[in-house]
Design a protein around this ligand. Structure first.
Ligand SMILES: C[S@@+](CC[C@H](N)C(=O)[O-])C[C@H]1O[C@@H](n2cnc3c(N)ncnc32)[C@H](O)[C@@H]1O
Ligand code: SF4
Length: 393
């Protein structure tokens, strides 16, 4: 009999447009040309919600994440309408976490107060860096001062539970400059900080024409260590490869992904994962906003048992505290024996370790996470060199 237990449920809503596409970004986002197709897109989101909701009937939504692209291109009235539709079709937990991503270059004065009134209670602000020259190289549409002003607006609106996205190992950046960025971020009093190593994603402008003066791997590793220590000193505990939070302020939504929880994926290119009737189903929507608006119907693909250990580990081994064996069995529906041989090998190689009832990645394992994860693929290709640390987002 399957051990699958339906886990906690989240909702992801995707907003695919940005003022300008950044040269490093491979998210499903498009430069906005002309008018925002607000009415058409909202209508499609509502149809999508209505279609998917029955599959999770009776289950509580513990978190909502409005990501992009740039959701803050949409006015508060639009966010209000989407959240109202979600509440009509789904059951929100009384303490539901509702996060909205915002680009500091799109925030007009007073906007955050209105987003809050629409139901947003957490914001993730894309700061990236506080160095004007670096922001220009990254193709960002805002200055460091606009980020500071957006953070002040958040505090003024009472949205004190907010995250800042920072990137590091940026063109021309040394350890001191990366640390200065972290210092500037801490000064804005966020409750959460995401610290992503810049990756050259296939298909992006940066992958085709890499910036000339990228820091070496050694510098990147030093930045990670020095900035991590500074964040710890300021009270931010690292709980995932790229995520740091004040006590009790971990992102509930992302934690649900990393513990292989369920989520409805609504919007252009959105992915979902639903445990239903003894199966795990992945859903995918059309990436192209026009196609999505014409037919917001998800493609559904079951996750075969043989793939589940890899998919589970891909998420859970990113967590600094790892996971409990019972969680593996409940989320994948498989007995622990399925992976025990691979786990024992990794324990012997000191890439994994046992911590009380939990299994977690060691510090060395974190450096070679991609390589380590290959052990859980159905057919393990023989690899020689070790992979670098991934900061997938
Ligand atoms: C969807 S964006 C955040 C919201 C908004 N679009 C913005 O950029 O302000 C998610 C975050 O992923 C990070 N990111 C995107 N591409 C990346 C890359 N190639 N390497 C590292 N981090 C990246 C950035 O920190 C970015 O803020
Ligand atoms: S990083 Fe953010 S603003 Fe830049 S293109 Fe990607 S989603 Fe848009």
């Amino acid at each position: 009999m399957s051990r699958l237990v339906a886990p906690r449920l989240s909702l992801y809503l995707h907003f695919p447009w940005c003022v300008r596409k950044c040269p490093y970004c491979d998210f499903n986002s498009y430069t906005l040309n002309g008018q925002l197709q607000e009415a058409g897109y909202l209508e499609a989101l509502e149809r999508d919600l209505e279609t998917q909701a029955p599959e999770v009937a009776g289950r509580e939504v513990i978190s909502v994440f409005m990501g992009g692209g740039t959701p803050s291109l949409f006015p508060p009235s639009a966010i209000d309408r989407v959240l109202a539709a979600a509440r009509r079709h789904l059951t929100f937990a009384s303490d539901v976490e509702v996060t909205m991503e915002a680009n500091p270059g799109t925030i007009e004065r007073g906007r955050f107060t209105e987003y809050r009134a629409a139901g947003v209670n957490r914001v993730s602000l894309g700061a990236q860096s506080f160095e004007a020259r670096t922001l220009q190289v990254l193709g960002r549409i805002h200055s460091p001062d606009e980020t500071r002003r957006a953070a002040e607006e958040l505090h003024a609106a009472g949205l004190i539970n907010f995250n800042l996205d920072l990137m590091y190992a940026l063109p021309g950046q040394d350890v001191a400059a990366a640390l200065a960025d972290v210092e500037s971020a801490i000064a804005l009093k966020p409750t959460h900080l995401s610290h992503y190593q810049l990756t050259l994603e296939p298909g992006t402008v940066f992958a085709a024409q890499p910036p000339a003066d990228l820091p070496t791997d050694d510098t990147a590793a030093e930045i990670l260590a020095v900035c991590g220590a500074r964040l710890a000193e300021a009270g931010f505990g690292q709980y995932e490869v790229s995520a740091y939070a004040q006590p009790g302020r971990q992102c509930r939504h992302n934690l649900n992904y990393w513990t292989f929880g369920d989520y409805l994926g609504v919007g252009a290119g959105a992915h979902g994962k639903i445990t239903h009737a003894g199966a795990i189903i992945r859903t995918t929507q059309s990436r192209d906003p026009r196609r999505y608006m014409a037919a917001p119907t998800a493609t559904r693909t079951p996750v075969p048992e043989a793939q589940r250990p890899f998919e589970f580990m891909l998420n859970a081994l990113r967590l600094i505290d790892g996971f409990e064996i019972a969680t593996f069995e409940q989320r994948t529906g498989l007995p622990w024996e399925t992976v025990v041989r691979e786990v024992e090998t990794l324990l012997t190689r000191k890439l994994l370790e046992v911590q009380g009832p939990r299994l977690r990645t060691t510090m060395v394992g974190m450096r070679f996470l991609n390589n380590l994860l290959l052990s859980f693929l159905e057919e393990t290709p023989q690899t020689t060199g070790a992979f670098g640390l991934s900061t997938a987002i």
